[in-house]
Design a protein around this ligand. Structure first.
Ligand SMILES: NC(=O)C1=CN([C@@H]2O[C@H](COP(=O)(O)OP(=O)(O)OC[C@H]3O[C@@H](n4cnc5c(N)ncnc54)[C@H](OP(=O)(O)O)[C@@H]3O)[C@@H](O)[C@H]2O)[C@@H](O)CC1
Ligand SMILES: [K+]
Length: 481
C-alpha cells in the first residue's frame, strides 16, 4: 500500500471513481467485509462474535462479516441500529444475503460474546454517538470485550481523529484502500489498535485523479530526495550548517550540530557568545566554533548555506534581530524553541520575512505563542499555520504533522514515548538543518527529520537525547540505496 492518506471526501471520490471504472459497490463491500472477517479469524479462533451494524454502508460491511464468519464456523449474533427496511443500496443487498437473525441493537447481543465487530458508523459519522449506540460503547468497555472495528472505531472522526461523543477501544481496525487522517492523528490512532489497510479492488490509478496532498510519513515519501553524498563530492558539496548558540545552555547547540553532522551535513559551525566559546571548543573536535560577534560575516559566506536558530539561544531582541537578518539572506533555515518564542509579541514581523525554505518546529506551547489558540486537529492547525507563516511548519507531538504552505502535509506516526526527553527537540532541529544544508528541500527535510528522529528512538527505555544522533548510522545504512 502506498503512503497516501485520503480525507473522507477523497475516499468517497476514490470509491466513486472505482465504480465508474467498472468495480461495483457490491464488489467493494463484499471485499471489505471479507477483509474484516479474515482479520478477525487471524486473531481469534472459532468463538462467539457479536456484530453491531449501523444504518449505512458501514453496517452493510457488517452483514458481510457476519455471513463470512458464520460460514467459517463462528457463532454469530447480529444486531442492527434501526430498521432493516430502511437499509439502502449495497447495504440492503448484503442484509438480504444474511440468513441469520437480525436483533435490534441492545446489550443483549453482547451476552456470552467473546469478540465484538463494530460496524456501526464509519466514514459517514455525522454527529456524536448518543442513545443506544453510546450505551453499547459503554457496555463493551464495561465487559472488557475485544473489538474489531470496520473502517474506524465508531465515533472516531475519519478526518480529524477526534472522538464524537464516545468510541470503543479496538484491538484491530480494518480500513480500505488507504488510511484516513483519523487513523494517524490522536486520539483516533490509539483507539484503532492495530490498523490493517485492505485492498478491496479500488485501483491505485484513481489516486492520479484524487491527488491527495497528505501522506503518512516514512521513507517512501522522501527516499528519492535524500541527499546522499556523491562519489566525487567533497565536504563543501554536502553543505555547511551554522548553529546559533547561547551563552548558558551550551548543550543545545552541541546536540544540534552533532545531529546535523550525523545526518549528512558536510560541516557544522556553532556561532556562540564569547563566554561560551571555551566550553564549546572543548566539545566535538569535528564541529567548528565561531564568535557570534562575527554573525554578519558568517551570513555573508555563501558556502554557509543553512542555519538553525533557537535551541539554547535565550528569548529576546538580540535573537529576534539575528533571525530577521538570517531570513533576509534567503538561506535554508530551521527556527526552533527560543527563535519562535522571541516573536510571540510580533508574529507578523517574523512571517513577513519567511519562505518555504524555512522550517518552524514548534511544540504545542510555542505554537500557541506564535499562532494563538486555534481549534481543530493537529493536521488542520499545522496547515493553517504553514499558510499563515508562508513557511513549512512541523507541529511536534506524538502525531507530529509537517505542513507546507501549499497544503501538502505528512503525519508522522513512528514516535515512541521515549522521545519526550531533554534535548530531543534540539536533535530534531539538527537533523532537519543538516538535511537542508546537504541540499534537501525544506518540506522533505522536515519529514525525513521527523521520521529519522522517531526511528532513532527505537532502542526504547533509557533513551537520552545524546543517543539519537548515534543511532543514525545504523538507520541510514538500512535506507542507503
Ligand atoms: N468508500 C469506500 O470505498 C467504501 C466504503 N465502505 C464502507 O462504507 C462506509 C461509509 O458508509 P456510509 O457513507 O453509508 O456511512 P456510515 O459510516 O455507514 O454512516 C452513515 C449512516 O449512519 C448514520 N449516522 C451517522 N452518524 C450517526 C450517529 N452519531 N448516530 C446515529 N446515526 C448516525 C447516518 O444517518 P444520517 O446522518 O443520514 O441521519 C447514516 O445512516 C465506510 O466507512 C466503509 O465501512 C465499504 O463498504 C466499501 C467501500
Ligand atoms: K465502525
Amino acid at each position: 500500500m502506498g503512503p497516501e492518506v485520503l480525507s473522507v471526501a477523497e475516499m468517497y471520490r476514490a470509491d466513486a471513481l472505482a465504480t465508474v471504472g467498472g468495480v461495483s459497490g457490491e464488489h467493494l463491500m463484499e471485499a471489505a467485509g471479507f477483509a474484516v472477517a479474515r482479520a478477525l479469524r487471524r486473531r481469534f479462533g472459532p468463538c462467539r462474535v457479536a456484530v453491531l451494524c449501523g444504518p449505512g454502508n458501514n453496517g452493510g460491511d457488517g452483514f458481510v462479516v457476519a455471513r463470512r464468519l458464520r460460514d467459517a464456523g463462528y457463532a454469530v449474533r447480529l444486531a442492527l441500529l434501526g430498521d432493516a427496511v430502511n437499509l439502502k443500496g449495497d447495504a440492503a443487498a448484503m442484509a438480504s444475503r444474511w440468513h441469520g437473525a437480525t436483533e435490534p441493537l441492545s446489550s443483549a447481543v453482547l451476552e456470552r460474546a467473546d469478540v465484538v465487530v463494530d460496524a456501526l458508523f464509519g466514514a459517514g459519522l455525522a454527529r456524536p454517538l448518543s442513545g443506544v449506540a453510546a450505551d453499547m460503547v459503554a457496555e463493551i468497555a464495561r465487559r472488557g470485550l475485544p473489538v474489531v472495528a470496520v473502517d474506524v472505531p465508531s465515533g472516531v472522526d475519519g478526518d480529524t481523529g477526534q472522538v464524537l461523543g464516545c468510541a470503543p477501544q479496538a484491538v484491530t481496525t480494518v480500513t480500505f484502500f488507504r488510511k484516513k487522517p483519523g487513523h494517524l492523528l490522536l486520539p483516533g490512532r490509539l483507539l484503532c489498535g492495530e490498523v490493517e489497510v485492505a485492498d478491496i479492488g479500488i485501483p491505485a490509478s484513481v489516486l492520479a485523479e484524487v491527488e491527495p496532498p497528505l501522506a503518512e510519513n516514512g521513507p517512501a515519501v522522501w527516499r528519492d530526495r535524500f541527499p546522499w553524498p556523491a562519489v566525487d563530492g567533497h565536504k563543501y558539496a554536502r553543505g555547511h550548517l551554522v548553529v546559533v548558540g547561547g551563552p548558558v545552555m551550551t548543550g543545545a547547540a552541541r546536540l544540534v550540530a552533532r545531529a546535523a553532522r550525523r545526518v549528512g551535513a558536510g560541516l557544522a559551525t556553532i556561532a556562540a557568545p564569547a563566554e561560551a566559546l571555551a566550553i564549546l571548543r572543548a566539545g566535538d573536535p569535528g564541529t567548528m566554533v565561531a564568535d557570534l560577534a562575527e554573525f554578519d560575516t558568517l551570513l555573508a559566506d555563501s558556502r554557509k548555506n543553512a542555519l538553525v536558530l533557537g535551541p539554547g539561544c535565550g528569548v529576546g531582541a538580540a535573537l529576534r534581530a539575528r533571525v530577521l537578518a538570517a531570513a533576509r539572506t534567503g538561506k535554508a533555515m530551521v527556527l526552533d524553541a527560543d527563535a519562535l518564542s522571541s516573536f510571540s509579541e510580533s508574529p507578523g514581523e517574523l512571517f513577513k520575512v519567511l519562505s518555504d525554505n524555512v522550517v518552524l518546529t514548534p511544540h504545542d506551547g510555542e505554537f500557541a505563542r506564535l499562532f494563538g489558540k486555534s481549534d481543530g486537529s493537529r493536521l488542520e492547525r499545522a496547515r493553517r499555520a504553514a499558510k499563515r507563516a508562508g513557511a513549512v511548519v512541523l507541529l511536534k507531538g506524538p502525531d507530529t504533522v509537517v505542513a507546507h504552505p501549499d497544503g501538502r502535509a505528512v503525519i508522522n506516526a513512528n514516535a515512541p514515548p521515549w522521545l519526550a526527553t531533554a534535548g530531543s527537540g534540539d536533535v530534531l532541529a539538527g537533523m532537519i538543518g543538516g538535511l537542508m544544508a546537504a541540499g534537501m528541500d525544506a518540506f522533505f527535510a522536515a519529514a525525513a527529520g521527523a521520521w529519522l528522529h522517531g526511528a532513532a528512538a527505537g532502542q526504547g527505555p533509557g533513551l537520552i537525547a545524546e543517543d539519537l544522533p548515534e543511532a543514525l548510522p545504523r538507520i541510514l545504512t538500512a535506507l542507503f540505496p
